[in-house]
Design a protein around this ligand. Structure first.
Ligand SMILES: NC(=O)c1ccc[n+]([C@@H]2O[C@H](COP(=O)([O-])OP(=O)(O)OC[C@H]3O[C@@H](n4cnc5c(N)ncnc54)[C@H](O)[C@@H]3O)[C@@H](O)[C@H]2O)c1
Ligand SMILES: N[C@H](CO)Cc1c[nH]c[nH+]1
Ligand SMILES: [Zn+2]
Length: 430
């Protein structure tokens, strides 16, 4: 990886060096808008045609039949099924603990306020499959959907759909599975078609086409809400000279292998470590089946040499990575200063891969720097919350005059009147 001295870069160069490669490419807006328009106009026929041209797959139906699901499940080995069970157990445990608490209290005597939670009724899950079949993403998206109580859960993944994706979808309670990928899958779930259910909210990561389509359908009131912009994978590692260069290289490569537009960053005050990591990257790349993809990602990735760990934290906060790994002598000591990251991995024995699969946390995370304002996917994303209030005459007498005065100050007479009429009636009754 290119090694750069952070302090030698101008402000413009620093900003440029932290730019995401997928965003730098850009230019997909019109193409994605065209795909969405075709799906809205042509329904299933357009989806079948787009699947043929963009995914080179011939299918006359989009939804998997029960027989196809049974056959796929039979082909999944028992060892893999056991690993899936272990992951499901931890993901369920962590997400069940996120079930919200209903609030009901009196803010003052006779003024009852309540906070209620309701599942979003219909949700659509996108499971990437273009370059690798992300079985783990099925668990990350479907488990919280079921725990939240969503009524209908549908899933799209590009053809040829992987057997383990199908098995896991059924195991996690998905109601319908469609062999659809890319922007066309997002459009189908947002607007519906003859065979695809229109959903209220779309969840899941994907490549730049998927992410762009999610943005477009979420800005249309007739489309669907989305979880977050979860695009090409990225990781930033903060390390000092106590860190193991092989471990760091393995973590960087684990995200670099996702796609050519993935990005990985190492920030360290140690020149020696930077060189060791580069040597370890070369060694490990030679063993990887996806070395070509990882090399492309590494070409847009870099190491920054910084003054100290405080500067490393500042660089990380500015980049706002999807994943942040801290491999320093005292990783937890940095935690209070780490502001913007989707998910943080502390210490030498916490490879990012454990969060991808089985520790229990969700691997669907904001990319492109959106971890400044978006959070890791959680149970709350599958629910909506609303408030309830109920006042007694005592309650209205207590807060009514203040409401009247506030309404008058805003020159909103009707607001004031709605209180005044009632207070007058209460006066008469007294
Ligand atoms: N942020 C997260 O939480 C998170 C989690 C898992 C994966 N990811 C990322 O998800 C991505 C998965 O990408 P992927 O490509 O493997 O699978 P994908 O399923 O997201 O995309 C494949 C689809 O892209 C469409 N497509 C490909 N080239 C196209 C083109 N030229 N024009 C129009 N459509 C085209 C095709 O329809 C295909 O079905 C990776 O970048 C990975 O890093 C992110
Ligand atoms: N690291 C990905 C999120 O950026 C998630 C994933 C799935 N499988 C392996 N990794
Ligand atoms: Zn990963």
């Amino acid at each position: 990886m290119n090694i750069l001295e952070w302090n030698q870069l101008s402000i413009t160069e620093q900003t440029q060096a932290l730019r995401r490669p997928a965003l730098a490419q850009g230019g997909r807006e019109a193409q994605v808008a065209d795909i969405i328009a075709k799906v809205r106009q042509g329904g299933d026929a357009a989806l079948i045609e787009l699947t043929r041209t963009l995914d080179r797959a011939e299918r006359s139906t989009l939804q998997l039949s029960e027989q196809e699901i049974d056959e796929a499940a039979d082909r999944v080995g028992t060892d893999l099924k056991a690993a899936i069970e272990l992951a499901i157990s931890n993901i369920e445990t962590f997400h069940r603990a996120q079930l919200p608490t209903h609030i009901a209290l009196d803010t003052s005597p006779g003024v009852r306020c309540e906070l209620h939670f309701q599942p979003i009724e219909k949700v659509g899950l996108y499971v990437p499959g273009g370059s690798a079949p992300l079985v783990s993403t099925v668990m990350m998206l479907a488990i919280p959907a079921r725990l939240a109580g969503c009524e209908r859960v549908v899933l799209c993944s590009p053809p040829p759909i992987n057997d383990a994706i199908v098995y896991t979808a059924r195991r996690c309670g998905v109601d319908a599975i469609y062999t659809l990928g890319g922007a066309q899958a997002v459009a189908a779930m947002a607007y519906g078609s003859e065979s695809v259910t229109k959903v209220d909210k779309i969840f899941g990561p994907g490549n730049a086409w998927v992410t762009e389509a999610k943005q477009q359908v979420s800005s249309d009131v007739n489309g669907a809400a989305i979880d977050m912009p979860a695009g090409p994978s990225e990781v930033l590692v903060i390390a000092d000279d106590t860190a193991d260069a092989d471990f760091i290289a393995s973590d960087l490569l684990s995200q670099a292998e996702h796609g050519p537009d993935s990005q990985v960053i190492l920030v360290t005050p140690s020149n020696a470590l930077a060189d060791q990591v580069n040597a370890a990257l070369e060694q490990q790349l030679a063993q990887l089946s996806r070395a070509d993809i990882a090399r492309q990602a590494l070409s847009e990735s870099r190491t920054f040499i910084c003054d100290d760990l405080a500067q490393a934290v500042a660089i990380s906060n500015a980049y706002a990575p999807e994943h942040l790994i801290v491999q320093t002598a005292e990783p937890r000591a940095l935690l209070p200063d780490l502001k913007n990251a989707g998910s943080i991995f502390l210490g030498a024995w916490t490879p990012e891969s454990v969060g991808d699969y089985a520790s229990g946390t969700n691997h669907t995370l904001p990319t492109y720097g959106y971890s400044r304002t978006y959070s890791s996917l959680g149970l709350a994303d599958y629910q909506r919350r609303f408030t309830v209030q109920e006042l007694t005459p005592t309650g209205l007498r207590a807060i009514g005059p203040a409401v009247e005065l506030l309404a008058a100050t805003e020159t909103l007479d009707a607001h004031k009147n709605a209180v005044s009429l009632r207070l007058a009636k209460l006066e008469k009754q007294a």
